[in-house]
Design a binder for this molecule. Structure first.
Ligand code: 16G
Ligand code: ZN
Length: 532
């Protein structure tokens, strides 16, 4: 059984504050100062998850992504590099809320029994953190959790969330036919950069790309990646002040760009008309592109624009390889996808809408032969099903042109981090497509014109009374509210609006779009008025 003495002693060092925790869409996430006990307990939970899966390596990432520097968080990564299985989210929540050491040990023992965890199995975990100042102390608490149940733990240091996901998959597939690459950071950079170089071989060197690193961990990773890429992709790094207190995600980064729909002020003297740039978020799993148009106006190229660019390109390659009868490409979006992007995509290929949160998108994308998923906020990737990857490696092309297209597809499976959305991998993917299509930001942007939209958040007494259906596009509760929203929406040309409770903040979010900017704003504020 559990050696409750060791657990007891260590648990006493990590008392739970009087706070209710919840493992939400992004794991546990809140102000860093209250997270000590959560990290300790997550260390134990990760070990148990590994034991349950016969000693496979589990990942633990300590980050609060795009949130303010004072926040932190933690999430678990399952053996194939995907998000923790949903049924265990509830176990995580229960364990984190046991109020005393005694309660905790009791909850733990019950859990081990009901989940039928064989404690004699080995347990392995790989863990990492972002650059937040609260990181080292939280990692120490996590390590106490590992110690408490004897986890064989490997510290991957300070790195991006997607690299941690890559490591988990690489470790678990090492030496097998499904090997995902060498199980090290270098292995990751090598895999991506080699595939990128093959994809752009013989093409003109692009204009320098301005890269806003949000003063976070992406700065280190981008610096390293840039070395591997050499002159194949000139990158100008900015907002790389990892050590400057308060700088992380402050008026910069992917979330700033998406929510304010503005160029970070720190980039205003750096980005030249016609030049393209992009922003990472604080753990480098979200990517927003932008450029200045002919008139010097800021134009945002968000996750929807990336999906449109990439999906159309993959469809073209599949046709080019003569595989269109065998490989079906599909797209997954959420209700936040701009209506114009959905129309553009749906005219060309199957599009599915799912509730917010990476696990929903990822899961739905797995149902296609090639599943492209992106959230408007810039999180996304492309999944190639195992049988599709098999087909690509077996297929005999009948012409040189088919052979070229086939090779491009194979190299795409390598440049893309298929475990999770990865800003650096997605950046390379976008650069490949721009190069192949000879697109500047202007041509990419003109694939379709975004409908003006507005997102507002509303503080309400209890956000749990807001319940949705139809992939969050309709409210079922409070009763009657949906009819009122629809009554308003009908009065606006091209109007669309929906209301959903946030999974990460204690607010309700209202989204609205319409053909004209003032109308989108007005619709959003009037719907917000109904909610309030
Ligand atoms: C989390 C999700 C992201 C989603 C966002 C929505 C993951 C890894 N991240 O950041 O996909 O867009 O939450 O936040 O699942 P909200 O529920 O507060 O609107
Ligand atoms: Zn992130």
């Amino acid at each position: 059984g559990l050696s409750s003495d060791t657990i007891r002693q260590l648990s006493d060092l990590h008392p739970k504050p009087d706070i209710k925790f919840q493992y939400g869409t992004a794991g546990f996430r809140t102000v860093a100062t209250v997270l000590d006990s959560v990290l300790f307990r997550v260390g134990i939970l990760a070990g148990l998850r590994s034991k349950k899966l016969d000693g496979k390596t589990i990942g633990v990432m300590v980050t609060a992504s795009h949130n303010p520097e004072e926040d932190n968080g933690v999430k678990l990564v399952d053996p194939r590099g995907e998000m923790l299985e949903s049924s265990w989210e509830a176990h995580a929540t229960t364990l984190s809320n046991a109020s005393t050491t005694d309660d905790f040990i009791q909850v733990l023992e019950t859990f081990v029994q009901t989940a039928k965890i064989d404690l004699s199995k080995p347990s392995r975990v790989v863990y990492a953190r972002d650059t937040r100042p609260s990181g080292p102390a939280l990692i120490a608490a996590l390590e106490d959790g590992f110690k408490a149940i004897g986890v064989d733990a490997h510290d991957a240091g300070v790195t991006t969330t997607p690299i941690l996901h890559y490591l988990v998959r690489a470790i678990n597939t090492k030496g097998t036919p499904e090997s995902y690459g060498e199980d090290s950071e270098e292995g990751y950079f090598l895999k991506l950069s080699e595939a990128y170089k093959k994809l752009v071989a013989g093409r003109a060197t692009p204009e320098p790309l301005l890269l806003d690193c949000a003063n976070g961990v992406g700065a280190d990773a981008a610096k390293k990646l840039s070395k591997y890429l050499g002159d194949k992709l000139p990158i100008v790094l900015t907002n790389t002040a990892i050590g400057t207190p308060g700088a992380l995600n402050n008026a910069c980064g992917a979330d700033y760009v998406k929510t304010s729909q503005k160029l970070p002020p720190s980039l205003s003297n750096l980005l030249k008309p016609g030049q393209r740039g992009c922003s990472l978020d604080g753990d480098a799993d979200r990517l927003m592109y932008f450029h200045l148009d002919e008139r010097g106006q800021f134009r945002m190229l968000d996750g929807d624009k990336i999906a449109a660019l990439v999906a159309a390109f993959i469809v073209e390659l599949v046709k080019g390889a003569g595989l269109e009868e065998h490989i079906k490409v599909g797209v997954v979006q959420t209700a936040y996808a701009n209506g114009a992007s959905t129309k553009y995509l749906a005219d060309r290929l199957p599009v599915k809408c799912v509730p917010t949160g990476v696990k929903h998108l990822h899961h739905a994308a797995e149902h296609y032969d090639v599943g492209v998923y992106f959230e408007a906020n810039g999180h996304g990737t492309v999944l190639f099903s195992p049988s599709t990857q098999e087909m690509l490696s077996q297929h005999q092309p009948s012409t040189p042109a088919q052979s070229t297209a086939l090779n491009h597809l194979i190299n795409l499976t390598q440049v893309i981090n298929q475990t999770v959305g990865d800003a650096l991998s997605d950046m390379l993917l976008v650069e490949v497509v721009l190069s192949h299509k000879s697109y500047s930001g202007i041509e990419w942007d003109s694939l379709y014109t975004d409908l003006p939209n507005r997102l507002v958040k509303v503080k309400v007494a209890d956000r749990n009374i807001f319940r949705t259906e139809d992939a969050e596009r309709r409210l079922v509760s409070p009763v009657g509210l949906q009819d009122k929203i629809e009554g308003l929406v009908r009065r606006y040309e091209g109007g669309r609006s929906f209301v959903r409770p946030s999974g990460t903040e204690d607010v309700v979010r209202v989204y609205a779009e319409a053909v004209l900017r003032p109308q989108a704003d007005e619709l959003a504020f009037r719907v917000a008025g109904l909610v309030y």
